[in-house]
Design a protein around this ligand. Structure first.
Ligand code: SAM
Ligand code: SF4
Length: 326
């Protein structure tokens, strides 16, 4: 079992397959000319399987593949299929662009639920945020998953003066479709143009929804990062991930493995523990995993606390989101 010094059991591993991506969301990949990590420095498919198996032997029962965009990796299908043989709940976070190429693999690997990022329902605004003209493709791929009865959760990063006017449009989507809309508070990472006044808080989102709908809070799981709700009579649900205004660190069970094989004990952790180097040199990796998690801070990587409005973005030390794996 992997436990930290606050007795939190860590049974959920998020593995980034690559820092490469076919979109350029400005809040995630700050620089259009960002240089992606060389393939030889990334964990290879066999190394991912070996490391995942080690984590599973220590009690991990949930693995999420992320990135960058996990589905741009040439061997993504091989990796998905190999991890689907482990005794874990396997899932994926993707921008949805290439899902149509992977539908057979997803069905074969029995993935039940997929998170897809879509920050706007307007094709022109999609082009602004992602710097690519692929809205219709993503939208069609969401329908493709629904057709195959794969649960779809839509990740929407909420930013003032960008998509704050679309909250009710996203909610309207839940009327007839069994989708879960997950509104995510905008988080600060190196170079991502974050400022406190761009954050749309959990409270503001709920106030906006109350203008048109009545909803009930749903019971969540023990380690949920999201607070869940449902509009009366709607087929789908919505949720809010309130990292900035109401963090959920007290029940955190998550660890992150970057595409270059570094373990981060928190999304905001400053330090990282290299697992890939020792694995390649044939050195023991398990003690490194336990030590890394033992040093986890109580909350938010120990980097900030209190009012998010007081955060000075330049003082935050972290990789950009695309190199961590969201
Ligand atoms: N490419 C995939 C995708 O877009 O879903 C997976 C990787 S992406 C880094 C994972 C998630 O992190 C996405 O839902 C994205 O919206 C979210 N994300 C990235 N930067 C963020 C930020 N600054 N604040 C909040 N969420 C962010
Ligand atoms: Fe790519 Fe996902 Fe980051 Fe957008 S949020 S740039 S799709 S990794």
């Amino acid at each position: 079992m992997i436990k930290d010094s606050f007795n939190r059991v860590h049974n959920y591993l998020r593995i980034s397959l690559t820092d490469n991506c076919n979109l350029r969301c400005f809040y995630c990949m700050p620089d259009e000319n960002y240089e992606f990590t060389q393939a030889s420095k990334l964990m290879q498919a066999g190394e991912i399987e070996k490391l995942a198996t080690l984590f599973v032997s220590e009690g991990v029962n949930k693995i999420r593949l992320t990135g960058g965009e996990p589905l741009v990796r040439k061997d993504a299908a091989q990796i998905i299929l190999s991890l689907s043989r482990l005794p874990v709940e396997l899932s994926l976070t993707t921008n949805g662009v290439r899902l149509h190429d992977f539908i057979d693999v997803l069905l074969e690997s029995k993935i039940k639920s997929i998170n897809i990022s879509l920050d706007t329902l307007d094709a022109d605004k999609f082009k602004i945020v992602t710097r690519r003209d692929l809205f219709q493709q993503v939208r069609a791929n969401i329908d493709l998953l629904l057709k195959h009865d794969i649960k779809v959760k839509i990740n929407v990063v909420m930013m003032k003066e960008f998509n704050d006017t679309e909250i009710l449009d996203f909610i309207a989507w839940t009327k007839d479709e069994p989708v879960e809309i997950r509104f995510i508070e905008f988080m600060p990472f190196e170079g991502n143009r974050w400022t406190g006044n761009k954050v749309i808080s959990l409270e503001e989102i709920l106030v906006e929804i109350t203008k048109k709908y009545t909803f009930t809070a749903l019971e969540g799981g023990q380690n949920d990062t999201a607070k869940h709700y449902q509009i009366t009579g709607h087929a789908g649900t919505f949720a809010i991930i309130s990292t900035m205004t109401a963090p959920f660190c007290g029940t955190c069970n998550r660890m992150r493995l970057t595409a270059d094989g570094k373990l981060k004990n928190c999304l905001f952790s400053v330090s990282e523990t290299d697992l890939l180097g020792p694995l390649r040199r044939g050195e023991p990796v398990l003690p490194l995993i336990h030590e890394c998690i033992a040093h986890k801070a109580a909350a938010l990587g120990g980097q900030f606390s209190g009012l998010f409005e007081n955060i000075i973005p330049d003082t935050i030390h972290n990789r950009s989101m695309i190199t961590i794996g969201g």
